[in-house]
Design a protein around this ligand. Sequence first.
Ligand code: HEM
Length: 180
Amino acid sequence: GHIGGLLIPESWTDALGISETAYHAVAVTLGTVAGFCTLAGAAILIYRRRTVGPVFSATTRNDKLMYVLLIGTIVLGLGTTVLGNLTGHPHDYRQTVSPWFRSIFYLHPDKDLILAAPLGFQLHALAAWTLFAFWPFSRLVHVFSAPIGYLTRPYIVYRSRDDRLGAQSPRRGWERVGHP
Ligand code: HEM
């Protein structure tokens, strides 16, 4: 949804004959459903993290900060969208937030555009950039890993029941600790 809403200029959908009202109705409906589903999913996973002993004991402060940033970003996006539509005057963010977002990637950031958007969108975007900056240092980094090698790699032996490591003596540096 965000790829369409932020990266595709409004003039392109206008050219296809899609009115702002129609675009907005579809974006808000799908976006709001997806947003609430994401929050429900996060609630289930956080419940598991708290109630399953080994998962809880593996939970770090870093994870908690990540949850705050992730859920904060979602709540700010959802809250601003839902409140904006309840009041009956939804802001056309494709005139402000979206061109501002693109202007950053053209290396010509236009701050006046984002300053013209409601505070909720400004805070949502600020939370999102903070989340993106934190991303590589959090567990979320696993999003970028495709563990295809897992299918073919050898087993990892964490400990052996056997005192001997087979007929061959271990390579230098690979001797077992406590077993010279
Ligand atoms: C700098 C990056 C981002 C910008 C500029 C941005 C901008 C926006 C805008 C303009 C809307 C309103 C969409 C609409 O009414 O149709 C929105 C809604 C929303 N955003 Fe973002 N967003 C960003 C990143 C994120 C991230 C990383 C998440 C999730 C972690 C997120 C989650 C949401 C949700 C759940 C909504 C409400 C549902 C929807 O309308 O799509 N956003 N955001």
